[in-house]
Design a protein around this ligand. Structure first.
Ligand SMILES: Nc1ncnc2c1ncn2[C@@H]1O[C@H](COP(=O)(O)OP(=O)(O)OP(=O)(O)O)[C@@H](O)[C@H]1O
Length: 254
C-alpha cells in the first residue's frame, strides 16, 4: 500500500531577525512511522518541530498536518497532535494521578489515571509527584500526557537525553509500542545509534537545510556501496553491551 503523508513541510523558512535558522526545508512524514529529525545542536530541529506543532510562527513556506494547514486551522492541528510539556507545566503540588485528571479536563476527554499510567508502566507511581520521579520515569510520564487526547501524531523532542542505557532502551520499546498501536511519532535526536534502531526514516538537518532523507538501512547501504569502510575493525560488542550484560536489561525500580 502506498504510504500516506500525514505531515507535509514545503519550502519552510524561519528567520530570527537577520539569522535564517530554517532555510527552505521540505519533507513528508508518513502515517504510522517513526520519523527522526537528526542534526547537531542549533541545526533547526526544535524550530521546525515547533512550527509544525503551531507553537512558533514560520516566516514562509507551507506546513500541513493531517490535512490541516498551520495558516488556516491551528485548532484542527492541536486536536490531532500530542506535544510534551516543559517540566514547568507539571504543577508541583499535584501527584501523577491528579495531573492526568487535570490534563484530561483541559482536553475535554474522560481518561482515568490508571489507563494512562498503565500505558507507560507508572501505575505504582500514581501518588508520586513529578519532581520525585527518576529521569526515565519523567520522560515516560511526559509521553503519557501526549497520549491523553488520542492523538494521530506525537512529537518527542530529544526524549532520551540524559537517560541511562536501560531507561533509553525501555523508552525505545515504549515509542515502538505507540507506533505499533497506530500513532505516528516524530522525534528529534542527535544520537545516531538511537535513530538507527528506532526510526523508520530519518531526515538529516544541518545549518537549517535538509541534507538527506531515507531509511537508516538505505543510508548505510548506500554509503557502504561507495566503498566506504570504517577505519578500525568494529568489535562484536561495545561498552554499552558489556554494561547491559552485567547489570541486566530489565528496568530498575527507579
Ligand atoms: N527565539 C529565538 N531567537 C533567536 N534565535 C533563535 C531562537 N530560537 C532558536 N534560535 C536559533 O536558531 C537556531 C536553530 O535552533 P533550534 O533550537 O531550532 O536548533 P536545534 O536543532 O533544535 O538544536 P538543539 O539540538 O541544540 O536543540 C540556533 O542557532 C538558535 O540559536
Amino acid at each position: 500500500m502506498a504510504k500516506q503523508p500525514i505531515i507535509t513541510v514545503k519550502n519552510l523558512v524561519k528567520k530570527y531577525g537577520d539569522f535564517t535558522a530554517v532555510n527552505d526545508i521540505s519533507f513528508e512524514v508518513y502515517e504510522g512511522e517513526i520519523f527522526g529529525l537528526l542534526g547537531p545542536n542549533g541545526a533547526g530541529k526544535t524550530t521546525t518541530l515547533e512550527i509544525i506543532e503551531t507553537l512558533r510562527e514560520k516566516t514562509s513556506g507551507e506546513v500541513t498536518v493531517n490535512g490541516f494547514s498551520v495558516d488556516k486551522d491551528e485548532d484542527g492541528i492541536k486536536k490531532c497532535i500530542g506535544v510534551q510539556l516543559q517540566a514547568a507545566g507539571y504543577y508541583p503540588n499535584l501527584n501523577l494521578s491528579e495531573l492526568i485528571v487535570l490534563f484530561s479536563g483541559l482536553y475535554g476527554v474522560d481518561k482515568t489515571p490508571k489507563e494512562m499510567l498503565e500505558k507507560v508502566a507508572l501505575v505504582e507511581k500514581a501518588k508520586a509527584k513529578y519532581k520525585d520521579l527518576s529521569g526515565g520515569q519523567k520522560q515516560r510520564f511526559s509521553i503519557a500526557t501526549t497520549l491523553i487526547n488520542d492523538p494521530k501524531i506525537i512529537f518527542l523532542d530529544e526524549p532520551t537525553t540524559g537517560l541511562d542505557p536501560q531507561a533509553r532502551r525501555n523508552l525505545w520499546d515504549l515509542i515502538r509500542e505507540i507506533r505499533d498501536r497506530g500513532t505516528t511519532v516524530v522525534i528529534t535526536t542527535h544520537y545516531m545509534d538511537e535513530a538507527e534502531v528506532l526510526c523508520d526514516r530519518v531526515a538529516f538537518i544541518d545549518g537549517g537545510h535538509v541534507i538527506g532523507i531515507d531509511t537508516p538501512d538505505s543510508f548505510i547501504d548506500n554509503l557502504v556501496a561507495t566503498g566506504f569502510e570504517r577505519k578500525k575493525q568494529v568489535k562484536e560488542a561495545n561498552l554499552e553491551d558489556v554494561f547491559i550484560n552485567m547489570t541486566g536489561k530489565e528496568w530498575r525500580p527507579e
